[in-house]
Design a protein around this ligand. Structure first.
Ligand code: UD1
Length: 421
């Protein structure tokens, strides 16, 4: 298993290009199942999660060609041979559940294994299932699989999500495009990835209004066609690399970055004393003098502070002046990075959904272990600013969500290398 070696090395300076969003791409890819015409995605990120989705779609009979080094994905579902998403692939990645809505909508039946994914709490899929049931699906949970049927096709419905869910909104949105009649999704997720999916589906011929607000209205159509669509910028990769100069000092320009993708996060950086400026090519982040200030953070659905940046923000706050409180409201058990950061000298207490971080002057390098995707990158960020050497092991989590992390950070002067093993 590979590990990453980091030697703390002072300020970072340079430019980092931000890739297309993993989470958007993972929902755009299954949209191919809605049509027998080609779907081409440009600005795709090159990540192991994308390869897992490629494998899953391939197992159903879809063709996925990876072009231009993986930045373009040419998908075609004109010959779907199976409507069964097998446990062996689904268990690797929770986003696999996103094939359920499209398969059911186009073929009237599907069998999808219940997913696994990151170990950050229970993460049920009940809302995905309830939304599809509201559209007339007949669901049966047997042998670890969801067996779904809608013999006469799905029917438009009004569904009010009791909890905001990104994945359930995406599944319901895709399914509704081919349902008979009008579907209204209330308390829908408003994330930029949902907006991106709606734009792509509209290019394919879907009739959708209200994406980016809490109410999305979909007028079902008989069929969807092909389209070419650029994947939106990865706001989580963006926020992660914005934290690199914030933690280490220096000035880094994030190419392709936009403030509206990360409003609440940028406000917290400002409170902490980090400067974020818009440039013609993206965002420039700098920390010039002194220690950063402690800030309190509460994770919330978009447009709130993203849970996927909580671990990285904690890495920043470990060396802030004062005490910060981070409250995790989206996932239980998402503080697994806290004991690893403590191994590097951080002072963190976790009580249920709250973590209290007492800022220290300096972190020290140590051997640490990545426990999930965002936790692994938080350890790398902390290591960049720590004194001495840190080895982060189990970095396969990192490769699920960050492409060429060593290359992007080394280009700004970081001493970071992968140790293959
Ligand atoms: C997506 C993102 C993930 C991010 C999360 C929250 C992808 C591939 N992943 O995950 O990176 O951390 O949004 O921004 O896009 N819930 C239920 N029942 C359900 C579904 C969700 O109770 O059927 C709960 C979850 O346990 C959680 C909350 O709803 O507490 C939000 O989860 P959700 O928005 O669905 O996250 P994902 O779509 O899985």
């Amino acid at each position: 298993m590979d590990s990453i070696l980091v030697r703390g090395n002072g300020p970072l300076n340079g430019q980092i290009p931000i890739a297309g969003a993993k989470n958007a791409c993972l929902t755009l890819m299954p949209a191919t199942l809605l049509t027998d015409e080609p779907l081409t995605l440009t600005n795709a990120p090159r990540l192991s999660d994308i390869r897992t989705m490629t494998q899953l779609l391939g197992s159903l009979g879809a063709e996925v060609a990876s072009l231009q080094g993986g930045q373009v994905l040419a998908l075609s579902s004109h010959q779907i041979a199976s409507q069964k998403a097998d446990y062996e692939i689904v268990r690797k990645m929770r986003a696999s559940i996103l094939v359920l809505g499209p398969l059911l909508a186009r073929f009237g039946h599907a069998e999808v294994s219940l997913p696994g994914g990151c170990a950050i709490g229970a993460r049920p899929v009940d809302l995905h299932l309830k939304a599809l049931e509201a559209m007339g699906a007949d669901l049966d949970l047997r042998d670890g699989y969801v067996h779904a049927k809608a013999p006469g096709g799905l029917k438009g419905a009004v569904f009010d999500f009791p909890v905001v869910s990104v994945g359930a909104t995406e599944n319901a949105l895709m399914a509704a495009t081919l349902a008979k009649g009008t579907t209204v999704l209330k308390n829908a997720a408003r994330e930029p990835e949902i907006v991106d999916l709606a734009r792509c589906l509209r290019r394919m011929g879907a009739q959708i209004e209200g994406e980016g607000t809490s109410t999305i209205t979909i007028q079902g159509v008989d069929r969807l066609g092909g389209a070419t669509h650029p994947v939106v910028t990865d706001r989580i990769e963006l926020g992660t690399y914005m934290l690199a100069p914030a933690i280490c000092g220096g000035e880094v320009e994030l190419l392709g970055g936009r403030i509206e993708l990360l409003g609440a996060f940028c406000e917290k950086l400002d409170e902490a004393g980090i400067s974020v400026e818009e440039t013609a090519a993206g965002l420039k982040v700098s920390r010039k003098n002194g220690r950063i200030r402690a800030v309190d953070v509460v994770t919330e659905p978009f447009p709130g502070f993203p849970t996927d940046l909580q671990a990285q923000m904690m890495a920043l706050l470990c060396t802030a002046e004062g005490t910060s409180i981070l409250e995790e409201k989206i996932f239980e058990n998402r503080f697994m990075h806290a004991p690893e950061l403590s191994r590097m000298g951080a002072r963190i207490e976790v009580h249920g959904g709250h973590a209290t971080v007492h800022g220290v002057d300096k972190l020290r390098g140590a051997p640490v272990m990545a426990t999930d995707l965002r936790a692994s990158v938080s350890l790398i960020l902390a290591a960049l600013a720590a004194e001495g050497e840190t080895v982060v092991s189990r970095v396969y989590h990192l490769d699920r969500g960050y492409e060429r992390v060593e290359e992007k950070l080394s280009a700004c002067g970081a001493l970071i290398e992968r140790i293959e093993g």
